[in-house]
Design a binder for this molecule. Structure first.
Ligand code: ADP
Ligand code: MG
Length: 366
């Protein structure tokens, strides 16, 4: 169902992503592919739907539990993997055999637990080795998904990149899929252009999901309402109020059908704004940015696009003194790194325009 608010699991439920689906399917023959796109543009849906409908065996590491944390440690990473391996075994029971003979892994029935002890703990590279052997014996390709991988930069004291580089270089039956909602998945996590990065210089296929255009958003809603036999015609009003992010459009359809047309636009806006506020607070918390007002003011300023000097002027007006270029740069860079701002030419735009309304009332992060 188009208005199902969960990530889609089947291609038939995906609207208007044919080009991206084809690109992704082709890229699955490469060692690695990155799927980029703002939050709620449908990355998880696309990845799930293709892997399920094409019958891939895969593990899916969902890093979003780290979103609310300022940093994470090795045991957190092991727990993420443990959950991912258990999910995979639940889906593909035959994989349990792979885990039986790995150091640091205990198997009971169809349940796996991993040890993170430094001496006898699990060796992640070894798990991938065994998965690769398993796939290779069967002539299969195995896919490892790191969803929302920008969260992995928070994991201290252990670096996953050498393992990824090992998989990339040696394990021919494994494809790594990295998804990210923020450009820092490239600039801070994979760092393909950084000579210091274990993945430096590797070719990684890249795919980007954009929000729907007005026309696509209208068609999306039309299909969704048609599917459930509800008549609807205020398409443009919805687009004007919430924009083209598929997740907000889906939620609109869902709440309209569930709770009725009365106030449906307001409900989805409230819902979206509360989520955006929480994400903004996570951004402040992770970066330890104390000067919340600076960021809010810059975001406000950039509502319809802004330049470097607009930002500088805004900050100076806020603080009543001159602000040096390095400070302006660090503020803009952190907003861009987190894809709150998007740069096109010399102009910065908001990733999700709803964020200005979300930050209008006094934002208190607790
Ligand atoms: P992301 O992983 O990029 O944050 P999701 O895949 O979770 O995005 O999608 C967010 C919401 O939007 C989900 O409810 C999903 O069902 C819906 N959605 C996203 N893209 C599409 C699409 N192309 N067709 C139908 N629904 C979509
Ligand atoms: Mg997702």
């Amino acid at each position: 169902m188009i208005f199902d608010p969960r990530p889609k699991e089947r291609l038939r439920d995906l609207f208007n992503r044919e080009v991206e689906i084809n690109k992704f399917v082709n890229a699955l023959n490469d060692p690695a592919v990155v799927v980029l796109g703002l939050r709620r543009t449908g990355k998880s849906s696309l990845i799930n739907a293709v892997l399920n409908d094409y019958g891939y065996r895969y593990i899916y590491v969902d890093t979003r539990v780290l979103e609310q944390k300022p940093y994470a440690a090795y045991p957190d990473l092991v727990r993420l993997l443990e959950r991912a391996f258990n999910d995979a075994v639940g889906r593909f029971n035959e994989l349990i055999e792979v885990f039986r003979r790995i150091r640091g892994v205990s198997v009971a029935g169809f349940s796996i637990s991993l040890s993170w002890s430094r001496r006898n703990g699990v060796d992640i590279a070894e798990v991938f080795d065994k998965l690769n052997d398993w796939a290779s014996d069967r002539g299969l390709r195995f896919v490892v998904v790191l969803d929302e991988a920008q969260e992995l930069v928070k994991v201290r004291g252990v670096n996953l990149l050498p393992v990824l580089a090992y998989v990339y270089d040696n394990l021919r039956n494994i494809t790594i899929v990295v998804s990210g909602s923020e450009v820092r998945v490239l600039s801070r996590f994979l760092r393909l252009n950084d000579p210091e990065s274990p993945l430096f210089g590797r070719y990684v296929a890249r795919l980007e999901l954009l929000p729907f255009t007005r026309e696509q958003a209208v068609e999306f809603l039309r299909r969704g309402f048609e599917e459930v036999g509800v008549s609807f015609s205020d398409y443009d009003k919805v687009y004007d109020a919430i924009g083209g992010i598929p997740g907000w459009l889906t939620y609109f359809g869902f709440t309209y059908i569930r709770e009725g047309p009365e106030g449906a636009i307001d409900r989805v806006r409230e819902y979206a704004m509360s989520i955006l506020r929480r994400e903004f607070c996570n951004f402040l918390m992770e970066g330890r940015y104390v000067s919340k007002d600076r960021y809010i003011r810059v975001i406000e300023m950039c509502r319809f696009g802004c330049t470097w000097s607009d930002v500088k002027r805004t900050l100076e007006a806020l603080e009543g003194r001159s602000i040096n270029d390095a400070t302006v740069k660090s503020i803009i860079d952190s907003l861009i790194d987190h894809s709150i701002l998007i740069k096109r030419g010399d102009t910065y735009y908001l990733g999700d325009p709803l964020i200005t309304d979300a930050l209008k009332d006094n934002v208190s992060c607790t």
